[in-house]
Write a protein that binds this ligand. Structure first.
Ligand code: BGC
Length: 760
């Protein structure tokens, strides 16, 4: 360890540069990786491609190597002689997690709101800031590889990990994930984009085959990854558990070789999910660069078997060089070699970090219903009854490998499975206390909601009632869209007793709302994170305008889903099955529009406490790119944030769905303030992927452009003629210079009247 640190100290590093030229920061990551590789023995190269599980097994059947950091997911020993530090690997995309088994290794850390909440902000700058916060906590805990973010599209609203993903639209999801990658890596911590690809449900995740037309995959799930990679340049991509077209993702040459490293020109390394490696030479030749978490796979495929395969000539040495080079390149590019996260107990500002999480949640909360202007709550409210959701103690979080052990400990211990993916963790950020803080003169009572009759009785006492409803979702299992524990009955009974009832949902994703017509208000708060209590209270009392918009469609019933019956639900454990993604690229709102279905709440939807007017929509072609411009004005009397969304579709049809999201803005406006904005459309969003010629192709013709407040809003529209456009699959990676390139698909304007500030 000392040797590693010595290499990182400026001055000494310079001295080392003559005999260890790869430590020279003036050289490019590629040049440094090539130089380091030249100095390495085969054994050293092999050591880089093999990651150990970083924690002990509860039954003591496995002990990680000594350098591993307890509670972690992975450990790759460093090469001290060459100044290459170890890789200390931890979960995950919402904060620094602790492997459940390592109870004594818990360190208190900050949880962001769920990734769906981050996507619901429609604010990549905020997502980046949150991710930089968790990257810094990872670094301060001695980790330099963080296993997130995830960007599998939410195809299946019952998916147990939807809360770890960024929604159903490739542009929104890819852009949010890209921003998160930039945030994490700004702390010299490698971000790992996962789970590549189509790991869109948990039921049968280790065995199912996701079957989808390749071209349609490129326009949907794969496009989300492609955009996130372009925008974020993650050091690593994690291949998924599932199979695609019958071939495991971690040994799938089309996915890893052809698409990721070929067409997209991805220069980083591919690591497997924990237990997702199934072979040695086959996986290595397909494009897997590092086997993760040894002990989870049935064999140490990239350990001794890889060495033996090389010795026997079954595995070409240049491929091992390529694997090691990619890993080294990412370590240099992200800054791990100069700054390896040596200290496991550097200070963490938990209070400050909770405020970062809170800021993300305040913009991620979505106001779904606000009848008779029940919200914001008036501070003159005399009697407020708060019911359920353990709102007196905290906010719920999701389970599995992303679970963060929070500052102050689990607010409601003893719930859920004792072992993985449990327990259920409540973050001690109580909405009840925060509500009282918002309105000190209001008399506030709290009931658990266990006794429905008592809750209904008390509801008659109150001027306003807020019911908190929770749903726990976790890795390795899917969820029902019906709220658990009869919470629907509780809400219905309370709303029947008092029509001034507002429901706050803390759910992993969409749920059904049989009581919707009876309640006055509904807020979707997702998993609210370490600052959840204050964020919810601020939105309820109108200290901030609700500016979250749905990153996912809420169905009216299961019958509306492409797969009303969850695929594999009735297949015996361990038996392979296929999931036929017959909706193809028509994911989420695209499916609903194509089928003429009216969902409960459409993608992009969310109310504000003020009102906006959209106009001056115009579209033009400029240097081969479609530019859409418009004006948004706050026509109400409160400060508020609008999220104008631009959708495009060909008049003649022919796409997977009538229209696609092609850009948006998030703009905070003072009363009567206006902003003139423009966005540039990525040509791939105007094209279809043609498998035969391996090109993106835009058909010439008239296209309609809509500007609206959701995917279902078609109030303002215009038309534009698009010329034919055709580009090779590798067009994007070839046409821009890596990290220097940033998109203009969105605008974030912080505040103001006539804003013209550009950002992105
Ligand atoms: C999950 C990954 C996680 C890994 C390491 C797997 O079970 O699918 O998302 O990063 O474990 O804990």
């Amino acid at each position: 360890m000392l040797l590693v640190l010595a290499a990182s100290i400026p001055g000494r590093g310079m001295a080392a540069a003559t005999d260890r030229p790869w430590l020279d920061p003036a050289l490019s990551p590629d040049a440094r990786a090539a130089l380091a590789l030249k100095a390495m023995t085969e054994k050293q190269k092999l050591s880089l491609v093999y990651d150990y599980f970083g924690s002990e097994k509860p039954d003591a059947s496995y002990q990680p190597p000594r350098g591993a950091r307890m509670g972690s997911a992975g450990y790759v020993p460093g090469i001290a002689d060459l100044g290459i530090p170890p890789q200390w690997v931890t979960d995950a995309g919402l904060g620094v997690a602790t492997q459940r088994e390592s109870a004594d290794a818990y360190r208190e850390r900050t949880a962001l709101p769920s990734a769906l909440a981050a996507a619901a902000t429609w604010n990549p700058q905020l997502a980046r800031r949150g991710a930089a916060m968790i990257g810094a906590e990872a670094h301060a805990s001695g980790f330099n590889v963080l296993l997130g973010p995830g960007v599998d599209l939410v195809r299946e609203p019952r998916g147990g990990r939807d809360f770890e993903y960024a929604g159903e639209d490739p542009l929104l999801a890819g852009t949010i994930a890209g921003a998160e990658i930039r945030g994490i890596q700004s702390q010299h911590v490698i971000a790992v984009l996962k789970h590549f690809a189509l790991n869109d449900q948990e039921t049968g995740r280790n065995i199912l085959s996701a079957d989808i037309d390749h071209g349609q995959a490129r326009e949907s799930d794969l496009l989300a990854f492609e955009l996130a990679i372009e925008q974020g340049q993650p050091g690593s991509v994690m291949c998924a558990y599932n199979r695609l077209g019958g071939v495991y993702a971690c040994e799938n040459p089309w996915l890893l070789g052809h698409v990721l490293k070929g067409d997209w020109g991805y220069a980083g390394y591919v690591m497997s999910d924990w237990g997702a490696t199934h072979s040695t030479v086959r996986a290595a030749l397909a494009g897997l660069d590092q086997e993760s978490g040894w002990i989870f796979d049935p064999k140490p495929y990239f350990g001794a078997p890889l060495r033996q395969a090389i010795a026997a000539g079954r595995m070409p040495l240049p491929r091992l060089d390529d694997m090691a080079r990619r890993i080294l390149r990412s370590m240099f590019a992200v800054g791990l070699v100069a700054d390896p996260a040596g200290d496991t107990a550097a200070p963490i500002d938990l209070a400050g970090d909770a405020r970062v999480a809170e800021a993300e949640e305040t913009q991620g909360i979505v106001l779904l219903k606000n009848a008779r202007g029940i919200l914001p709550l008036a501070r003159t409210t005399k009697r407020l009854l708060v019911i359920g959701g353990h709102a007196d103690r905290g906010v719920i979080s999701g389970g599995g490998s992303s679970t963060v052990f929070p500052a102050g400990g689990n607010a409601v211990p003893g719930l859920g499975p004792r072992h993985f993916p449990g327990p259920i963790v409540y973050l001690p950020s109580a909405p009840l206390a925060a509500l009282m803080g918002q309105s000190p003169l209001t008399r506030v009572r709290y009931l658990s909601g266990d006794d429905v009759a008592a809750a209904a009785r008390q509801a008659r006492w109150a001027d306003r009632v807020i019911v908190f409803a929770t749903q726990w979702a976790a890795e390795s299992q899917d969820v029902s869209l019906t709220l658990p524990d009869d919470q629907d009955a509780l809400i219905a009974a309370v709303a029947a007793a008092n029509p001034h009832t507002v429901v706050v949902l803390e759910t992993g994703g969409p749920v059904l709302m049989p009581w919707l017509g009876k309640v006055a208000g509904v807020l979707e708060a997702w998993y609210p994170g370490s600052g959840g209590g204050p964020a919810i209270a601020q939105v309820l009392f109108g200290t901030v305008d609700p500016s979250g918009r749905l990153p996912v469609t809420f169905p009216r019933s299961l019958a509306q889903l492409p797969q009303p019956q969850l695929p594999g639900a009735s297949v015996p454990d361990g038996k392979p099955f296929d999931v036929d993604y017959r909706a193809g690229a028509a994911v989420g709102y695209k499916w609903y529009e194509k089928q003429g279905l009216e969902p409960l709440f459409p993608f992009g939807y969310g109310l504000s406490y003020t009102q906006f007017r959209y106009r001056h929509l115009a579209a033009r072609m400029e240097r081969g790119r479609l530019i859409v411009s418009f004006e948004v004005r706050n026509i109400g009397s409160r400060v508020g944030a609008a999220v104008p969304q631009v959708y495009v579709g060909p008049k003649a049809g022919g796409w997977e769905a009538p229209r696609r999201l092609v850009g948006w803005a998030k703009v905070s406006l003072a009363p009567h303030g206006a902003a003139a904005l423009s966005i540039t459309v990525d040509p791939r969003l105007l094209a279809m992927f043609d498998e035969g010629s391996q090109t993106w192709r835009t058909m010439p013709g008239t296209y309609e452009i809509w500007l609206g407040q959701s995917s279902a809003d078609t109030m303002v529209s215009t038309e534009v003629h698009l010329p034919a456009w055709s580009h090779a699959a590798r067009w994007a990676s070839a046409s821009r210079s890596g990290a220097a390139w940033l998109p203009r698909y969105y605008r974030v304007v912080a505040a103001g009247g006539r804003a013209s500030k550009r950002s992105g």
